[in-house]
Ligand binder design. Structure first.
Ligand code: IPE
Ligand code: IPE
Ligand code: MG
Ligand code: MG
Length: 289
């Protein structure tokens, strides 16, 4: 089965439990709306690609880890779009969750998706206690303070923001969770897989910053020029377009080299080396051309 189907099935199972009997109808609708139709599924596809490269010895656990990462990502987007963060009216080509359902439900949907992510993992704890407890800790670390998504968003409350630390926390951390979780689910050591996720995560956020300045919002399904308008640190503002593109290219050449030893190392390296295209917003290749 291809990875998109595996991810869709695991996500649907998690959301079906979250919207089960007794769930207030608007909360149920808003939860479905926040997760489906899916976005590009970049992080869970990366996680399953790593699990596959490591032999995928426990596919149910790899699927649960991939789904939990996507649930956390969706929750982070719902919160990120709120008026107290980026005040974005659209996401994935439709009104953002708070525009469609109101702010109280958007706050609760973000919270519910975070909890659902950990319930998704916890369901497998008896089947593979060591792997699943390691996954809960490492995926938890990618959203928690001091250096996960929460810290990334919190940098926006500081008077000065170091761009690399900001990108690493708000985006790199979940990409690093994706690569390390894929390896852990397959019974491999997490640590050697961290750098690949960090590289791809920083590259992804650089590409998003470039697109925020240059791409047509209609093709992205979310507002453009948001970073400048909100005074957010943006790689193009700080490094200039050539500087941001150069940093992006250097990360993309480092990424395949950082794939560690594993049974399908060459296959994964080749997959990532095609300019990491499977893991970058498609608009960026048009801007680079
Ligand atoms: C958006 O992530 C947030 C960033 C880190 C740039 P994605 O571009 O992965 O969003 P979806 O899930 O495909 O909508
Ligand atoms: C993405 O932040 C990382 C999150 C924690 C959501 P951005 O604010 O840069 O992402 P977009 O551009 O709204 O998708
Ligand atoms: Mg933001
Ligand atoms: Mg935003």
């Amino acid at each position: 089965m291809d990875s998109t189907h595996r991810i869709a099935g695991a996500l649907q199972a998690s959301i079906s439990r979250a919207v089960g009997p007794g769930c207030p109808p608007q909360l149920a609708a808003a939860l479905q709306y926040a997760v489906f139709p899916s976005g590009a599924l970049v992080r869970p596809r990366l996680s399953l690609a790593v699990a596959y490269a490591c032999g995928d010895s426990a596919p149910d656990i790899a699927d649960a880890a991939a789904a939990s990462i996507e649930l956390l990502h969706c929750g982070s987007l719902v919160h990120d779009d709120l008026p107290c963060f980026d005040d974005a009216d659209t996401r994935r080509g439709k009104p953002s969750v708070h525009r469609a359902f109101g702010q109280p439900l958007a706050v609760l949907v973000g919270d519910a998706l975070i909890v659902s992510a950990f319930q998704t993992l916890a369901r497998h704890v008896l089947a593979a206690p060591e792997r699943v407890s390691a996954l809960i800790a490492l995926i938890g670390g990618s959203v928690a303070a001091p250096s996960g998504i929460i810290a990334g968003q919190a940098w926006e409350c500081e008077p000065t923001v170091p761009l690399e630390a900001y990108h690493a926390a708000k985006t790199g951390s979940l990409f690093a969770a994706a690569t390390t979780a894929g390896a852990t689910a397959a019974g491999y050591d997490a640590a050697p897989w961290r750098r690949l996720g960090e590289c791809l995560g920083e590259a992804y956020q650089l590409a998003d910053d470039i697109c925020d300045c240059m791409a047509d919002p209609a093709t992205r399904g979310k507002p453009g020029g948001r970073d400048k308008y909100l005074g957010r640190p943006n790689a193009v503002e700080e490094l200039g377009l050539p500087g941001a593109m150069q940093r992006l290219k250097s990360l993309l050449s480092e990424a395949p080299e950082s794939v560690p030893q594993c049974p399908r190392m060459d296959e994964l390296r080749a997959h990532i080396a095609i300019q990491a295209q499977p893991y970058l917003p498609k608009e960026v290749s048009r801007i680079a051309a």
